[in-house]
Design a protein around this ligand. Sequence first.
Ligand SMILES: [Zn+2]
Length: 313
Amino acid sequence: MLRLRFGCQFAILVLLFATPEAQASSKPSEAELAAITARGVLLAEYDTAAWQATDTVQAAHPVEGRVGRYIARKTDAGWVVAFGRLNEAGNKFLLAYEAVQTANAAQFEVRSFDPVREDTSWNLAAAKAIETAMRDLGGTSRPYNIAVLPTDHENMYVYLYPAQNQGQTQNQQTAENVKPWDFRKNVVDLLRAKNGCSDWFNTGTGSAADIMSNVRITLFDPKGPIPDADARTSEDPHAPIDVNSKGRFYANSDNQLRVGDKYKPGSTGAREVILLHELAHKMQLIPHDGLDVRQSEKNTRTVIEHCADAIGP
Ligand SMILES: [Zn+2]
C-alpha cells in the first residue's frame, strides 16, 4: 500500500480503452482538449487525495497483507480512497480500509473493515484494470504511482507514472553505493558506549559489541515479487547478517513504512535498528521470527524501546 509523492508533470499515460473519437482523427477536437485538461486536473487531485489518505491510513497502523493497493474516486461528497486487494480468484476487491475526505479537504477519516468488505463494482474493475496495465508495463527498476479515472463511456483510464524516488533524488544512497557493513562501526560504538541500549544487549548471551565487530555482513537481492525481510540472520553468532538491497536499509525501499513506525527507510536510525534487530537474535534477546511479519515487527519495537534513546530521532 506504499506510495511515494511525486510531481505528475512526468506522467506517462497508459491508455487502456481509447475512445472511438480519439482513434478516428489524429487531431484532437476542442472537446477532447477540454477533456484532457479536466483529466489533468483530476489526476492532480487524485494524487493529493491518495497521499493524504495514505498518510492517515498509515497512522492507523494497517495490518500488512490486508492492503495491496489504493484506489481513489471522486464522489459528490469528496474523495474516497479504498485500500485493499484483489481476492485469489480475481473476482472481488477485498476492502480493508476506506479513507473519506472530510469537510476539511486535507483531512481524511479512516474506516476499517474487519472482516474485509467485498466489492464487486468500481474498486474491482479498477483493481483489475491496474493489474492489466502493470502487466503491460512489465518489470521496472523504480516505483510507480497509479491513478484510475473513469471516462464518460463507462470505461476507465489507468495512469502509471514514475514516482519521485526520494532516496535517489536526495542522496543517491542506494545499495550500489552504500554498503551495510559500513555501518558496523556505528553499531559497535553504540554498543560500547554506556546507554540503555548497551545495557539491554549486555543482558544477552555473549558480548554484543564483540559479536557485532566480527560478524560478516552481506547484501542480498530479494528473489520474486513478495517483499522480503529488511535483513536476516540466524541465532548462531558466527552466521552472517544479510541485508536486503531492496529493504528499508535503503531510502528507495519497496516498503516505505517507517521501521517500527519511527525511522524512515534509509535513515541512520532505520539502519541501526535493522542491524540491532539481527544482533538481538544472536544474543537471544528476542524470539525467533522467520517469516512471521507480525513477530518481526514486534521484535523491532522491542529493539526500539531499548535503543531509541541511544540512536536518537
Ligand atoms: Zn527478526
